[in-house]
Structures are given as structure tokens and as C-alpha cells.
Design a protein around this ligand. Structure first.
Ligand code: VG1
Ligand code: CO
Length: 559
């Protein structure tokens, strides 16, 4: 029998979950009682529902993941949880956690990841709570967790519990006369089964392995040493018959082998470089926890996430899941270019624009109004779970390629010929000083929300844009009427072009400024995004005075 200790503690400042959970340096999480405090607040936020509940626990395998998983097991035991499903060695991708919560009707899941942020003792760790629908906790829940963290006095823990999460199996403990179960599960099995229910694996296997044609698909999948490595091997090598040479960096490492596990043109440059040589038809990469994806075509033809969403929306019929369950509405985050809106319009579907962060899609999915959504930050997913899903997105793209018989570039060009093109770029200015950035946003908000701003014209590079709408985006959830304010400054021009600027909510220190630019062209669809958007970028830098406030003349990352 294990006993429960009640340990006195004091609040830490700043345990406020951001866009997707609490993310801090490992050194912050490993301070005395820091992780304990936050976990206790997550458990307390569930109130009486916690007693006798089932919770899923797992993370992306980054540094401190296993220790945190073991700590959570001890604390759940002491707080009245009846059963935990824990990934072997504490490893589960974020989409896999979401899938497990839903399939097992769990109360929720605790996800251990800082997602696309670098890992290792000097870098980031994170903890996120997902609710019973499998999605990231909505604002009301995270605000409650934060409030609890400001007043916490004690936490409960069963210190003497003998835990080994390296072996798959069921472990039972007696906690004050009650049974507490820890089931250690294979990290990949359930997720792979789920993907096989969604996609036509037989067709995909023929296509990928080249069994019928003798022509295997030339594919390069890069897991960037993140959690997807084990999932990729099982799905692409074992289930779809791809050759070993089609996958790289598939060993999940605590520090991602020094790679920055963010699948974009800057941090996945190895992949981009390899595919640019012309030997592959598709390249893909994922982030640390497996919810993001980047897709590139032959010679590294780049698919913007906004376009990726629109193309998948336009081809849903080739995926058995959608043939079976039907096609409901589509959605995108506000900064995401509106390519999917045009597909929604043509198909007669509802299209929603929500704030940044996957948590805003959940209610719409639960209400049966949304089946496909995405974010410009390399997030794509459907209502099969309540998280974005990187591997799902690649399987969706393979299905589109298989079904159309076309390469990625041709698929995009056909799409633009039908719908026109939304040129899009995002500039990230990482690790800026926080105070001047806050001041920049405050100043800009004041300027653009002055009534005289609407109607103003700005000229650059021979193009003139007239302001139609300027605000700090706010969103009312159509399902529960909850309101999210101050979600990003937005200037919409008469021709539909937009400038959006906001501060990141996933960094662990300082500030990251994100500047998003998009512009629609009906006919001129084959230009270079950087050329097409240059005038608007200059206007954005002028209005925001970004170089003055941040001291930066160039972004850290351009997407
Ligand atoms: C970023 C992205 C956002 C995404 C979030 C979590 O947030 O912009 O679209 O949902 O990361 O993704 P922010 O606040 O830094 O802009 V993940 O894969 O890091 O959980
Ligand atoms: Co992620």
C-alpha cells in the first residue's frame, strides 16, 4: 500500500498557459515544486470529475519528459484518479494523445511537450491539458488553472509508488485501500489503427511501394528527431512499404539531436536542400510533438499551409473517412490566408475564422459544423481528433496525389487556375525584448483603431492599398458564445489584402513578433510570393514601426 503525502508549497508567478499550454525553459520547470504546482492546478481544475477518472499521459520524448510523466503518475495516484494510460517511456505524439482520449472516453490528457521549440537541458519543456473531447483546454479552463496557480498552498503525491514505464503492461497499486491502475501502452499502435480506418491503405501501399507500377514513390520524410520517428517507421515503412531511404531522423531524441523541430523552410533546411536536387516527388517534415507538417513537392516546390488546407478541402472525396462521415464546414485561424474560404464557397459549406490556436476549433467540431481546418503555422487536421495532425496531413496529400495522378506542383497550379491564388508570407522576429514589443502593439493598436484610419491609402512599389477594416481581432464562439479578445492586429484593405501582426503565445522567454501578409490574385497566379508581397511588407513595416521598436532589420524566419 502506498501512502499519500501532502506537501506545502508557494505559488510561482507566470504559470499562465499560452496559445497551447505552459512552455518554459527546462530550468524553470525543474525548480523546486514548479512542475508539481502546475500539475496540481490542472488536477484541481477538474474538480470532482477527477475522482475515479481515466487520464492519458504522454509527450514528445524531449528532455525531462520521462521524469515529468513519472511525477504526474504519482500525483494522479494521490489525487483520486483511478487509471492512467501512459505511453511507453512517456512517449505519445500530440495527435496520438487526442486519439486515445477520444477512443477511451478519458477525462482528458496531460501532454508533455513544447512542440516546435528546441529541447534539451538548456531549452524548452511544456505541459498542456487536453479535455475529454481530445482537444486543448479552452480559455475558461486554462484561465482557471492559472488562477489556481496564483493561490496554491499544497500538492498531493504518492512518493513511494514503484513505477516503471519502460515496459508495456498493466500495473495495479493500492492507494489507501483503492486500486490505482497504470497501463503502459505501445506509443504507436492505436494511432496507426486509427489512420488505417481513415485512409485507404491498400491503395496508398500500391502507390507508395510501386507494387503495381514498378515505380515506387520518391519520398523523403523527415521527423527532425521528434516523436513522429516511431510513427513514421510503422506507417510509411511497414504499412505502406516505402524503402528505408525514404525516411530520415526517425530516432526521437531528448534534444532532437540539436535540430530545431519546426517544419518550415528555415529549420527543415536539410530536407528542403535534399528535395531541391530533384530526386524526390514529395518531401515532408513534422515538429517535435507531431502535430505540424510541411509539404514540399518535386524540386522543393513549397506548399503554403494555407494552400495545403484548400487543396485537401477540394479533394476530400478521395479519403474514405469523408466519404463515410460526410463533409461539414471548414475553418482556419485568422492569420491564415483565405484560400479555403473559396473552396467552401464553391462547395456550399460554412467557413469559420477563429483566433490562433487549435483550441478554438474544438467546439465547432463537437457541434458537427466543422470537419477540416488549418493554420498557417503548418497545422492541418480534421475532426478525426481534436488536434492538428502532421502524419494525417501527409497521408491526405498522398491520397490526393494517388487519386489525381498528378504531382504536387501541378495540383497547386490546377487549384490556382480554378480559384485564384492567395499569396502569403509570414515574418517571425524571434527572441525580441518584450517591453518594446508590447509598446509597439499598443501604439499600433491606438493608431489603427482611430476612426480616421479607415479609408486611408498607402502606396508602395507602385501599388496603392486603401484601408477597409482595422481592428484587434476578437472572436465570439458560435457554439457557446464565449468571447476571445485581442487576438491580433488586423488591417484589411479594399482589395482583400491583409496585414496581421501579433505576439507569439508559445515562446518561453522574451517576445516573438509574427507579421503575416496575404494578398489575393485572380489571374496572376504564377508569381513569386516575395515579389508579389513586397509592397505590403513595406507598408506593414512602416505602419508598425517594427524596425524602430525591435531593433531588427530582418526577420529570423520567413515562411
Ligand atoms: C503558434 C502558431 C499557432 C499554433 C501554436 C501551437 O502559436 O502560430 O498557429 O497553434 O503555435 O502549435 P503562437 O502563439 O506562437 O503564434 V504547436 O505545434 O507549437 O503546439
Ligand atoms: Co506541435
Amino acid at each position: 500500500m502506498s501512502s499519500i503525502s501532502v506537501v506545502a508549497t508557494k505559488p510561482y508567478d507566470g504559470q499562465k498557459p499560452g496559445t497551447s499550454g505552459l512552455r518554459k525553459k527546462v530550468k524553470v520547470f525543474t525548480q523546486q515544486n514548479y512542475t508539481e504546482n502546475f500539475v496540481q492546478c490542472i488536477l484541481d481544475a477538474n474538480d470532482t470529475a477527477l475522482q475515479g477518472s481515466l487520464i492519458v499521459v504522454g509527450g514528445d520524448g524531449r528532455y525531462y519528459c520521462k521524469e515529468a510523466a513519472e511525477l504526474i503518475i504519482r500525483m494522479c495516484a494521490a489525487n483520486g484518479v483511478a487509471k492512467l494510460l501512459v505511453g511507453q517511456n512517456g512517449i505519445l505524439s500530440t495527435p496520438a494523445v487526442s486519439s486515445l482520449i477520444r477512443h477511451n472516453k478519458a477525462l482528458g490528457g496531460i501532454v508533455l511537450t513544447a512542440s516546435h521549440n528546441p529541447g534539451g537541458p538548456e531549452n524548452d519543456f511544456g505541459i498542456k491539458f487536453n479535455c475529454e473531447n481530445g482537444g486543448p483546454a479552452p480559455d475558461a479552463v486554462t484561465n482557471n488553472i492559472y488562477q489556481l496557480s496564483t493561490a496554491i498552498k499544497e500538492y498531493k503525491i504518492a512518493n513511494s509508488l514503484d513505477i516503471d514505464i519502460s515496459k508495456i503492461g498493466i500495473n495495479k497499486y493500492d492507494i489507501n485501500g483503492k486500486t490505482f491502475v497504470v497501463e503502459v501502452i505501445d506509443s504507436v499502435g492505436n494511432y496507426v489503427t486509427h489512420m488505417k480506418e481513415i485512409f485507404d491503405f491498400e491503395k496508398l501501399r500500391e502507390f507508395v511501394s510501386g507494387k503495381a507500377t514498378g515505380n515506387p514513390l520518391k519520398m523523403r520524410i523527415d521527423s527532425l528527431n521528434g516523436v513522429t520517428g516511431s510513427y513514421v517507421r510503422e506507417i510509411f515503412l511497414n504499412a505502406l512499404g516505402a524503402a528505408e531511404s525514404c525516411v530520415v531522423h526517425t530516432t526521437p531524441l531528448p534534444d532532437f539531436g540539436g535540430l530545431h523541430p519546426d517544419p518550415n523552410l528555415t529549420y527543415a533546411k536539410d530536407l528542403v536542400h535534399a528535395v531541391a536536387q530533384g530526386d524526390y516527388d514529395i518531401g515532408a517534415a513534422f515538429d517535435g510533438d507531431g502535430d505540424r507538417n510541411m509539404i514540399i513537392g518535386h524540386r522543393a516546390f513549397f506548399v503554403t499551409p494555407s494552400d495545403s488546407l484548400a487543396v485537401i478541402a477540394n479533394n476530400l472525396e478521395c479519403i474514405p473517412y469523408f466519404r463515410k462521415n460526410g463533409i461539414q464546414g471548414f475553418a482556419r485561424s485568422m492569420p491564415t490566408a483565405s484560400a479555403v474560404d473559396l473552396v467552401g464557397k464553391k462547395l456550399g459549406k460554412e467557413v469559420f475564422e477563429v483566433p490562433t490556436g487549435w483550441k478554438y476549433f474544438g467546439n465547432l467540431m463537437d457541434a458537427g459544423r466543422l470537419c477540416l481546418c488549418g493554420e498557417e503555422s503548418f497545422g492541418t487536421g480534421s475532426n478525426h481528433i481534436r488536434e492538428k495532425d502532421g502524419i494525417w496531413a501527409v497521408l491526405a496529400w498522398l491520397s490526393v496525389m494517388q487519386n489525381t495522378g498528378k504531382g504536387i506542383e501541378d495540383i497547386l497550379k490546377d487549384h490556382w487556375a480554378t480559384y485564384g491564388r492567395n499569396y502569403f508570407t509570414r515574418y517571425d522576429y524571434e527572441e525580441c525584448e518584450l517591453d518594446p514589443c508590447n509598446e509597439m502593439i499598443a501604439t499600433m493598436e491606438k493608431n489603427i483603431t482611430d476612426p480616421s484610419f479607415v479609408g486611408k491609402s498607402f502606396t508602395s512599389g507602385g501599388k496603392t492599398y486603401q484601408v477597409k477594416i482595422a481592428d484587434n481581432f476578437s472572436y465570439t464562439d458560435p457554439v457557446d458564445n464565449s468571447v476571445a479578445t485581442k487576438q491580433g492586429l488586423r488591417i484589411v484593405f479594399e482589395d482583400g489584402s491583409r496585414i496581421v501582426i501579433r505576439l507569439s503565445g508559445t515562446g518561453s522567454s522574451g517576445a516573438t513578433v509574427r507579421l503575416y501578409i496575404d494578398s489575393y490574385e485572380k489571374d496572376n497566379v504564377l508569381g513569386q510570393a516575395s515579389d508579389m508581397l513586397k509592397p505590403l511588407i513595406d507598408i506593414a513595416l512602416e505602419i508598425s514601426q517594427l524596425p524602430k521598436f525591435t531593433g531588427r532589420n530582418a526577420p529570423t524566419v520567413i515562411t
